[in-house]
Design a binder for this molecule. Structure first.
Ligand SMILES: [Zn+2]
Length: 306
């Protein structure tokens, strides 16, 4: 029995040593991992993100949400949004607002964003919106121009409505410039990526009279920057061209926006681990928008506080 007891004691001792060794090995491993994490954090905050190179074709100058369309810069065939749908047959996109007729079309993506905006207005008690016009193809635009004249419509190819990014929205109650719907849009559209393309104080820049009903999608954060700086689309695109690259933080999110002129063999660097978007300006270049995520003041400080 004694022998067995001793053997058992020996076995216990041995297993204690093994367990201890293992746990200290794990500790070491954890320390090493921690160090590795620390390095990762330092890498993220002190060196640029990883990039890849993409080629930019001339067509890309004429595609995207930031295209400038006016009497100088017409709509190209490749500029037309590829996801244009008839809104009347897409009930899920038209909740909370009316359609003037059964033929109103719009980019599906833009209609989704518009619905989101209308739902937010509804929560604030503003709920009498009516879309009176959306996407028009060149033929429809041509008919409108002939019937209504140049005071009301633009020639085919020179209207934003030919893109699928713009719509006219009214109030079922009264004229848009007096309606709560118009006031709400003027104040809040930027939060949803929309702008009033022809504001009252920009008629000299746009060359178009004040149109409180004409809403254009440009996407966030561009709508927010334009709002903050009081830029019409013409002015904003010119500003980006001059600055070449800007960084901005909006509602706690960081963005980097860069302009690149496009020639025959243009290549640009895009981040391989972050969300980014590209749009032409319909003139001479493209705009790269990088979504950098939540803005931290200093990652090292955050680690030390842990
Ligand atoms: Zn319009």
């Amino acid at each position: 029995m004694k022998k067995w007891g001793f053997f058992l004691f020996l076995l216990l001792c041995l297993s204690f040593v093994i367990v201890n060794r293992e746990s200290s090995y794990q500790d070491n491993e954890e320390v090493q991992n921690d160090e590795k994490n620390n390095n990762d954090h330092l890498d993220n905050s002190e060196t640029p993100e990883s990039f890849r190179t993409i080629e930019i074709t001339k067509e890309q100058v004429f595609q995207g949400n930031l295209l400038l369309v006016n009497t100088e810069y017409p709509v190209h065939q490749e500029s037309i949004k590829s996801d244009v749908v008839n809104l009347f047959t897409h009930k899920e996109l038209t909740m909370g607002y009316g359609l003037l007729d059964h033929e109103i079309k719009l980019s599906e993506d833009v209609a989704g964003k518009f619905s989101e905006m209308i739902a937010a207005a509804g929560e604030e008690g503003v709920r009498h919106f009516l879309i009176t016009s959306g996407f028009r193809d060149f033929d429809e635009q041509s008919v409108l121009y002939q019937e209504m004249g140049s005071d009301y419509a633009l020639p085919a190819g020179y209207s934003e409505h030919n893109l699928g990014l713009s719509l006219d929205a009214g109030s079922t109650q009264m004229k848009m410039d007096a309606a709560p719907e118009g006031k709400w849009i003027e104040k809040n559209a930027w939060k949803y990526g929309f702008i009033l393309r022809y504001p009252k104080d920009k008629t000299e820049v746009t060359g178009i009279q004040y149109e409180p009903w004409h809403i254009r999608y440009v996407g966030f954060p561009h709508s927010a920057i334009m709002e903050e700086k009081n830029f019409a689309l013409e002015e904003y695109l010119e500003f980006l061209k001059e600055q070449k690259s800007i960084s901005t933080t909006i509602q706690g999110e960081k963005y980097e926006i860069s302009y690149y002129p496009v020639t025959k063999d243009t290549t640009i660097h895009v981040p391989s681990n972050l969300r980014w978007e590209l749009s032409g300006n319909n003139m001479d270049g493209v705009i790269l928008t990088v979504f950098l995520g939540a803005a931290h003041t200093d990652r090292k400080e955050i680690r030390m506080a842990e």
